[in-house]
Write a protein that binds this ligand. Sequence first.
Ligand code: ATP
Ligand code: MG
Length: 418
Amino acid sequence: MQALKGFKDILPDEVVIWQRVEEKARDIFQRFGFEEIKVPILERTELFARSIGEATDIVEKEMYTFTDRNGESLTMRPEGTAPVLRAFIEHALHLRRPVSRLFTIGPMFRHERPQKGRLRQFHQLSVEALGADHPRLDAEVIAMAWLLAVELELTVSLELNSLGCPECRPDYRRQLVDYLQARREQLCDDCKRRASSNPLRVLDCKSANCRRINADAPSILDALCGPCRQHLEAVRHDLDALAIPYRLNPFMVRGLDYYNRTTFELLTDALGAQSAVGAGGRYDGLIKQLGGQDLPGIGFAMGMERLVLLIQERQQITPVGPDLFIACLGEPAAAYGFTLLHQCRSRGLRAAMDLQGRGLKSQMKQADRLGARRVLILGEDELNQGRAVLRDMTDKSEKSVVLSDDQGELLSALAGTN
Ligand code: ATP
Ligand code: MG
């Protein structure tokens, strides 16, 4: 039996990197006042159709949707924003604080063509700030994503755009439709369709012909209304103040329909076609559209697999080995060692011993392979004398420690290893 295509086992050696990324993300998000929320993987299909948009790739062809035993259409979440907003509305979280700062970490599902950094089950760090439309919040959220990349020591670049608002976007949309209709014959088949159903999506097309046409398309930045222009200027001003470098990209549109005003992406050139490590933007109408109050919001998501790949390309991370390996010779020593093992673990130490009755030499090898920092060597003589040898595996030095009921001497010798 094998895992499904696009579904991946994450083995222990790699999990070490995942844990580091998650730990760093939680640390940084909490510094910015974000709280973790956990939401279900399965939701009603309608939630995604209504938020992401019917005419998007995700809803049209990527969702894992099925009818459950009650005849209801359910979908494995393809992204985190819709479920978090559903929970926000359902539990009236807007009453808790003026701006709700929430994040969630977990698997998402999209039926795409699997490649390096592109899976069908992938994982996102998904962040939402709900309740304020101040441009400073946009800068703050972008700064948080940026800081995560910086502290993970990743080389990424930031692209920024504004998608306007219901006041100015229809105008831009018309301009774009005119431009695309005049060149319709040169577009790829998907874009021929999109050119009328969802013209902004054409700007995101990866095919060579469409890209050539897109390069001369009208720029949304020229079409922004006054307030949208001011909003963008304010975001740029605050990013400059924080010395966060970015490039304006008027052709960056997102794959989800709910965005307005600020959108941004964090890009890498180290993962081939999978260049986005994170992306997000403002979605001021979305909470209302999902049946909640008319509250603005902004968020982003970062792809865990891509973050992990970038770290793997740069450095090797080895799992943390035990603080102590207890090497025992003979059953009385093993029985004594076993209680000592539990004592150490109860005191917060990582401790290990062999359970297969191996000889001393192979126990030492095992300790080495596990990356143990110290080994306590326990034989019958040691038990009788009430002392044992503690070997430091890094510098090979040895010292004798007294064995006592509370193992005080051993534990204080080990305390220096952390
Ligand atoms: P892409 O252009 O690479 O398809 P996207 O615009 O569809 O990305 P979003 O929906 O904005 O991506 O999701 C945010 C982040 O989640 C992406 O920047 C990426 O790092 C990650 N991501 C998206 N889809 C996948 C996937 N299929 N496999 C792995 N990571 C993904
Ligand atoms: Mg995609």
